[in-house]
Design a protein around this ligand. Structure first.
Ligand SMILES: [Zn+2]
Length: 398
């Protein structure tokens, strides 16, 4: 089969005007290039699409098991308000309804072009759906717990869950939630355990409240923990990321191998970035712009990340902090606030970078011959500005 479009973004090379992509019956990429190079037969058989064709997206941060929380959350509450709502709303519907909600979201994501997903799970509710979904998912079995004496038991629970996931054929391993929701002991033990698999995903520097708590032991988040009688990590005077890296080095010597997804990075700075590049061999910097706006009314510092040449990925986060799980909405948000960033660059973040973060690059992420990444159409493009418009949507072709 040959598919033509006004533009093809193969991701592994420059965009092609009036391009084509050719696949076999299984969807394996055979070739890709300018439609002018097709012979008469090829041109006659090609199916034409108005818009851009790209390989399937990689959603680099999702909590699909929170899908039943759609529409429940107040916006702009900050981190402490958000956590209070999560705790209150997590179990408002039964298991069956929660599974139905996440299944619907997985199906929607697939038809909108997501081929790869880095998903955070706290329980097994998404496992069956992931097994039967055509989306490749890597599952990060997230742990948290503020009391150090609970750490061994919490981690043992995640390892049990990992066994179950593996038996079902899923790639999964324990992962730490964040600096502020866990004891230093659980933080480093779960990181080390996850890194045995080669992959962890960690909520990093999402808010000023998190930085205040880790640096100084102050702020709304710290007050909330005190009020609930929870232990807090010691105030180090350092950024939350430096605290994490120092703590992790008590278990593993730097440079630390493994693909580490640092998620959010809303309030990261040059010093934290320098520290991460010293300690981690393969950090991936995941941004979830709509989630940051939803909770904090903030955006990730994309120009700082770009100036450091970091590997940026894009995630939707969950329906507790987003109105939809849509990569196109995230791209539109990025283009709306950072109009100087070329679409080509953003699409790399959304396709190949997230794919590499979960280790699925042999099959997904680009139109490289031999891969089977899926083909996705994005329509209603403003060609002059090379921007998505309000009408743009994504749709899976194969
Ligand atoms: Zn998250």
């Amino acid at each position: 089969m040959i598919y033509r479009a006004d533009y093809i973004f193969p991701i592994d090379r420059e965009p092609i005007i009036n391009g084509y992509v050719e696949v076999d019956k299984e969807g394996t990429i055979l070739s890709c290039g300018s439609a002018d190079s097709l012979d008469t037969k090829g041109r006659a058989s090609a199916e034409y699409f108005k818009g851009i064709l790209i390989p399937g997206f990689a959603n680099a941060h999702c909590h699909v098991e929170l899908s039943h929380m759609k529409g429940f959350f107040r916006q702009g509450t900050g981190m402490d308000g958000f956590i209070q709502q999560i705790n209150a709303l997590r179990l408002t519907v039964n298991r069956e309804e929660r599974i139905a909600a996440l299944t619907e979201q997985m199906e929607q994501m697939y038809s909108a072009g997501v081929s790869v997903m880095a998903d955070i799970s706290n329980c097994d509710e998404s496992f069956e759906c992931k097994v039967s979904s055509p989306i490749y998912s890597r599952t990060y079995l997230e742990v948290f717990g503020t009391e150090p004496e609970d750490a061994p038991q919490i981690l043992a629970g995640a390892i049990e869950l990992q066994k179950k996931a593996k038996q079902m054929g899923l790639d999964a391993a324990p992962t730490p939630h964040s600096p502020y929701t866990m004891s230093p002991l659980l933080n480093r033990l779960s990181s080390a355990e996850g890194l045995k698999s080669g992959y962890i995903s960690y909520h990093n520097q999402e808010s000023d409240q998190e930085e205040d708590m880790i640096r100084y032991g102050t702020g709304e988040l710290a007050e909330d923990y005190k009020a609930r009688g929870c232990s807090m990590p010691p105030a180090t005077g350092d950024s939350a990321l430096k605290y994490f890296l120092d703590n992790l080095q008590k278990e593993i010597k730097a440079p630390i191998e493994g693909r580490v997804l640092l998620v959010h990075n809303t309030v990261t700075d040059q010093e934290s970035i320098d520290e991460a590049l010293k300690v981690l061999k393969s950090p991936y910097w995941v941004v979830c712009p709509l989630s940051n706006i939803f909770i904090h009314r903030m955006l990730p510092p994309l120009d700082l990340l770009r100036a450091n040449n970091l590997t940026i990925c894009v995630g939707t986060d969950s329906l507790s902090s987003n109105l939809q799980l849509s990569m196109v909405e995230e791209i539109r948000c990025i283009q709306g606030h950072f109009p100087h960033i070329p679409l080509e660059e953003i699409l790399k973040w959304c396709c190949i970078n997230g794919t590499c973060a979960v280790g699925a690059e042999k099959r997904f992420g680009s139109f490289t011959p031999g891969k089977r990444p899926g083909i996705v159409l994005i329509d209603n493009i403003n060609w002059e500005r090379m921007e998505l418009t309000k009408e743009s949507k994504s749709e899976r072709i194969i």
